[in-house]
Design a binder for this molecule. Structure first.
Ligand code: FO1
Length: 308
């Protein structure tokens, strides 16, 4: 069983490649829920849904989130009725959030809701939220503290960021199956996801970082940055705010206790020695994944490193 830690868009690309290479049934994905939000009274779990839709063959790969071909009639009508509608929830996507919200209100935990949804969509990989407890990534800007989605989508990650915190993290516990999966894994892969806002919350759930530190199988991570900028999204901005160098070296620093090998971009070869000095092996390759062939090639390389 291969255990994967992932956020949304960037992670989903590698997961698609891994599923194509080894079969989705071999994968257990521990997913960030710090980006979760309530919109229009509905519980939205963007990273879980991105992974679900990707593995169900439903995802809008051009956008990297949502369902391909989805329409926005409900959102348009909500806007007409005077609701804030900057978070683009599609009509079919709404069905996922309506179902999740109903099941949560009926007393199901998020892990059970996620498992039911993935079965309904025919997804064979196990998808585990990092925790069943609510954890909210909060971003401090010069205008005050806002939620991750307000920062990322409404403000298009333009504000200057001075800090990031995960509200509720101290009370959170790993969701059922998370620690067992890490203990039983044959390999552990950290996706090219934002190390602060996607992988950061997973590692901050009490017990998860410790379980990774205890892992005896190889842990292989893929950098989401090329040079000083993320392939997509605000990783560099959030890393700087948290006192990390915005580069693959900063990624290596945040995973240094448990990562055996970090996969970095060819362009970052100059960082190899500094990363190796942290006690981490380095593999340089093409880390952009525009096509399925690229996703499969990177997945193969990561799997080979995870078997060494
Ligand atoms: N990202 C955007 O940039 N704009 C959106 O309007 C948006 C809507 C959205 C709806 C459902 C969903 O599951 C994801 C959505 N995302 C959107 C992506 C999401 O904000 C990010 O992918 C993650 O939270 C970052 O990992």
């Amino acid at each position: 069983m291969i255990v994967i830690l992932s956020g949304g868009t960037g992670g989903a690309k590698l997961i698609e490649g891994l599923a194509a290479e080894v079969g989705a049934a071999e994968l257990t994905i521990i997913c960030n829920t710090g980006d979760d939000c309530v919109f229009h009274g509905l519980n939205v779990s963007p990273d879980i849904d991105t992974i679900l839709y990707t593995l169900a063959g439903l995802s809008d790969s051009a956008k990297g989130w949502g369902i391909k071909g989805d329409t926005f009639a409900v959102l348009d009508q909500l806007r007409c009725l005077g609701n804030e509608a900057w978070f683009n929830l599609g009509d079919k996507d709404f069905a996922t959030h309506i179902t999740r919200t109903r099941l949560l209100r009926e007393g199901c935990q998020l892990s059970e809701v996620t498992d039911r949804t993935r079965r309904s969509l025919g997804v064979q990989a196990k998808i585990l939220p990092m925790s069943d407890a609510p954890v909210e990534t909060r971003v401090t800007t010069l205008q005050g503290e806002i939620s991750f989605q307000e920062f990322f989508v409404r403000e298009r990650w333009s504000p200057h960021v001075t800090a990031v915190r995960f509200a509720g993290i101290e009370q959170s516990r790993p969701a059922p199956g998370v620690l067992d999966a890490i203990r039983a894994a044959s390999a552990i892969i950290i996706c090219p996801s934002n190390p602060i806002s996607s992988i950061g919350p997973i590692l901050a759930v009490p017990g998860i970082r410790h379980a990774l530190n205890q892992a005896t199988v190889p842990v292989v991570a893929v950098s989401p940055l090329i040079g000083a900028a993320a392939i997509s999204g605000p990783a560099h901005k959030l890393m700087t705010a948290q006192g990390l160098e915005a580069s693959a070296f900063g990624v290596a620093q945040s995973y240094r206790e448990f990562v055996k090998t970090l996969v970095i971009a060819h362009e970052d070869q100059c960082l190899t020695e500094r990363i190796q000095n942290l006690g981490i092996g380095v593999n340089t390759t093409e880390i952009r994944m525009p096509s399925l062939a690229d996703k499969r090639r990177l997945a193969c390389e990561v799997l080979a490193l995870a078997q060494k």
